[in-house]
Design a protein around this ligand. Structure first.
Ligand code: GDP
Ligand code: MG
Length: 166
């Protein structure tokens, strides 16, 4: 059996970087400039002996008439409904933002399984943000560096017991 993991979170936290790492191919675009990726993107992921489907959420970067808040809610809800497990990513270097708190609320209400990931956690500059993320009410964060491939063993340890449920 396999499961679907959705990576959600506000723009620029590193979702596509993790997606690319898990999929091993450059299916999702990664860019320093907001506005490159859009909507939802699916890939076949591999982590250790786990094989699963991963969904990258994007499309929040584009300016439209609809409010960011409204689009964020719709897109996140779509992703959550498609997924068995949600990985909610924050940028530990930035700390917890007001937008992060909106996402956390959606996930708390809507998703059965949420893994909190504090990304960009390489180095001590992330310590305060990692600590702050405990306050989101989504359990203990995993310290991740999608760019440097750190914390993937912790992600595996969180996914592995859940994988047996699906
Ligand atoms: P997304 O908008 O959430 O999909 O974020 P991206 O994956 O496009 O990444 C946004 C920026 O953060 C890019 O410049 C990435 O190189 C950078 N980034 C991603 N992961 C890390 C990380 O672990 N550490 C650091 N320092 N930068 C990262
Ligand atoms: Mg992206």
């Amino acid at each position: 059996m396999s499961f679907t993991l959705a990576i959600v979170g506000r723009p620029n936290v590193g979702k596509s970087t993790l997606f690319n790492r898990l999929v091993g191919k450059r299916l999702a675009l990664v860019d320093d400039q907001p506005g490159v990726t859009r909507d939802l993107r699916e890939g076949a992921a591999r982590l250790g002996d786990l094989k699963f489907t991963v969904i990258d959420t994007a499309g929040l970067e584009e300016a439209t008439d609809e409010s960011l808040q409204g689009r964020m809610r719709k897109l996140t809800e779509r992703a959550v409904d498609m997924a068995d497990i949600c990985l909610f990513m924050i940028d530990a270097r930035m700390g917890v933002t007001a937008q992060d708190k909106v996402f956390a609320e959606i996930l708390r209400r809507r998703s059965a399984h949420v893994i909190l990931a504090a990304n960009k956690s390489e180095g001590a500059a992330a310590d305060a943000g990692v600590y702050e993320s405990y306050g989101l009410g989504l359990g203990d964060p995993i310290r991740l560096s999608a760019e440097h491939g750190e914390g993937l063993n912790e992600l595996y340890a969180m996914l592995q017991p859940l994988a047996d449920e699906f």
